[in-house]
Ligand binder design. Structure first.
Ligand code: SF4
Length: 189
């Protein structure tokens, strides 16, 4: 199932339509990513480049260490990322996985605790070094508590990490098969 690109990525792409310097940055990332033959190499490049860019671009973030409100929101990943993650981290919270599959596939209401990402363990990301690129990209300027799932998301102000968003947009242009994390995990009970 195809999912929408993250908000900041869409905003960066809209800006690039009318700004030639941003357009050139987007195209240069597309060219660079296409140079890698293997999908593993592509995702490795995107993760490393993204972390470098965000060292600068995430200055001014209101996100705090230990905060994990965003881990209660549905996270979309490419199938390639998900396979790469599961290769090294095959263990997920199966109860949460089952609950989230019923939420996303059958629209059944589930408990707040069950909305936590299946990789969140004791308030920490258990796959931190391989966490999805969307998780790396997400930074806010507004109060972290605004990101709480049950709060009005209109009050969440994203940090416009422009180059990072163009990089992620360039990667997703070649990999449109993105979906929510639980939909890409097939664990038999
Ligand atoms: S992969 Fe890690 S950072 Fe991303 S939502 Fe899950 S627990 Fe949070």
């Amino acid at each position: 199932m195809k999912r929408d690109l993250p908000y900041v990525v869409r905003q960066a792409q809209i800006k690039a339509r009318t700004d030639n310097s941003l357009k050139e940055i987007l195209f240069s990332y597309m060219r660079k990513i296409s140079e890698f033959k293997e999908n593993q190499e592509k995702i490795k490049y995107v993760r490393e480049e993204l972390d470098k860019l965000l060292e600068e671009e995430s200055k001014g973030t209101a996100c705090e260490k230990g905060c994990h409100y965003c881990c209660f929101h549905p996270i979309a990943v490419s199938e390639i990322e998900m396979n790469d993650i599961l290769k090294d981290f095959p263990r997920v919270d199966k109860d949460r996985l089952k609950a989230q599959k019923s939420l996303f596939l059958d629209y059944k209401e589930i408990k707040y605790e069950d909305r936590a990402c299946v990789f969140l363990e004791n308030g920490e990301c258990s796959i931190y070094e391989k966490r999805p690129i969307v998780c790396r990209l997400t930074h806010v300027k507004s109060e972290p508590k605004n990101c709480h799932f049950e709060n009005d998301q209109e009050n969440v102000e994203h940090l416009p990490v422009l180059k990072s968003s163009l990089l992620v947009g360039a990667y997703y242009m070649g990999h449109p098969e993105i979906d929510l994390i639980p939909n890409l995990i097939n664990h038999s009970e």
